[in-house]
Write a protein that binds this ligand. Sequence first.
Ligand SMILES: C[S@@+](CC[C@H](N)C(=O)[O-])C[C@H]1O[C@@H](n2cnc3c(N)ncnc32)[C@H](O)[C@@H]1O
Length: 242
Amino acid sequence: MSENVTPYKDSGLGKKEQVTKMFDTISGKYDGLNRVISFGIDIKWRKKVVQIVKDTNPETILDIATGTGDLAINLAQTGAGKIIGLDISSGMLEVGKKKIAEKKLEDTIEMVLGDSENLPFEDNTFDAITVAFGVRNFENLEKGLSEILRVLRPGGCFVILETSVPTKPPYKQGYNLYTRHVLPVIGKVFSKDRSAYKYLSESASVFPHGEKLNNILSKIGFIKVQNHPQTLGVATIYVASK
Ligand SMILES: C[S@@+](CC[C@H](N)C(=O)[O-])C[C@H]1O[C@@H](n2cnc3c(N)ncnc32)[C@H](O)[C@@H]1O
């Protein structure tokens, strides 16, 4: 199960603390690594998420696990008046705040330190909520998703972008080769934190994806749940409503 996959197994810390520590540690290198790991395709996936959200004309958007804020920054293109980026890692948020200031988006985007499993917002607050590459890091997936449902307004739009695992040969074998043999080398070259990159690929392979995540979303209470595999199934965009 995904709960057993954590970055620093022998640290004695819970998954949440380990994940926070890991992202604080790699925050300065995160953006560069992201592009290398996904060959830059993540930019295309994020654009699709922005288009899905834009089509719903939201005024308020919450980007959970916003990290260094790439999706929050792209979401400014939706024309939303207020975008909040929330993350549990202050290191990631600091990198994001600098990018937002450089783009002069401080009036639209606010970065908030917080936990997706205990959101500091009233019920039914946001027109749209997004999470990119965040849900698989939650300590308690169902609690995080329940909190998202609580703060989403009825009829609102929820979009998840998350890694998934190709199911069809030969992509499945190619993916295994890449995650088991190529990713650890990239991690070693770019970061001193080897456990972080081991965690990133291990957690991707055990996380429920496709229909399994659809079923979890429906069980939590989301409606109109759909999943759209991207690029041979290495990532999936999930769309749901309340
Ligand atoms: C892989 S990064 C993704 C960042 C960004 N969304 C992106 O697309 O580049 C995952 C982020 O999830 C955050 N995270 C993990 N658990 C969280 C939680 N319980 N609440 C809020 N953020 C969390 C981490 O701190 C990290 O910044």
